[in-house]
Write a protein of this length. Structure first.
Length: 219
């Protein structure tokens, strides 16, 4: 009888702790939503515009959890007054007490935007480094599927995968003085690709396609 009573006390204690943690996670979720605009402005360069709708805390078991709809990023291109739109669609972010998180996006199957670049991501990790389990990039006939790592803190990207219609896609990011190299490095048939960084540039297949400062704040 005493043993049964102890088990009841232990079970009740565990349930109470889980209940308190769940309340705590709910509070953190609300704080993430509250602080998000300020944190985004601190993390992103001013010429990158993040748009989203219905940012709200979600209820997730033992995790802080937020979601947003119609999420997109707008970046300037090499052409004056021209922009690339990266469309993520519905996004959900979860994080636990250890700082580990998961991120999933689900872009819409149809859109009214003019030639957006649609991004589907399944990732997990910490604020030190994200493990990209699956990254799918689509625009018109172009599609790439990549895996690898991404670190905001170290400002590093290391992705590998396969793509089709890469030549057509890459043209919009290649500076005019390097356009002649695209036919040597890229194909419209399926090919293996890499995305990486050094101190100053983001590279696709070892060709600089984007100044690193356009993705990361200067250290």
């Amino acid at each position: 009888m005493l043993l049964k009573h102890k088990k009841t006390i232990i079970l009740s204690t565990i349930i109470f702790i889980v209940f308190l943690l769940q309340i705590g996670y709910g509070y953190v979720s609300h704080k993430i939503v509250e602080q998000f605009p300020k944190n985004v402005n601190r993390m992103l360069p001013p010429y990158i515009h993040l748009n989203y709708e219905k940012l709200k805390p979600d209820i997730c078991f033992m995790a802080a959890c937020v979601s947003a709809q119609n999420v997109s990023l707008t970046l300037p291109t090499e052409t004056p007054n021209s922009f690339s739109v990266f469309e993520f669609g519905n996004v959900q972010f979860k994080s636990n007490l250890l700082g580990n998180y998961t991120l999933n996006t689900n872009p819409p199957t149809s859109t009214k935007l003019h030639h957006p670049i649609q991004i589907t991501i399944s990732a997990s990790g910490s604020f030190e480094k994200a493990d990209i389990h699956n990254l799918i990039i689509r625009q018109n006939q172009f599609q790439a599927t990549l895996t690898g790592t991404f670190s905001v803190k170290k400002q590093e990207i290391d992705l590998t995968g396969k793509a089709i219609y890469l030549t057509d896609f890459a043209q919009q990011f290649i500076p005019d003085n390097l356009q002649f190299l695209t036919s040597f490095l890229f194909k419209n048939n399926q090919q293996e690709i890499t995305v990486s960084t050094d101190e100053n540039w983001v590279y696709m297949m070892n060709l600089p396609i984007l100044p690193k400062s356009m993705l990361f704040q200067k250290r």
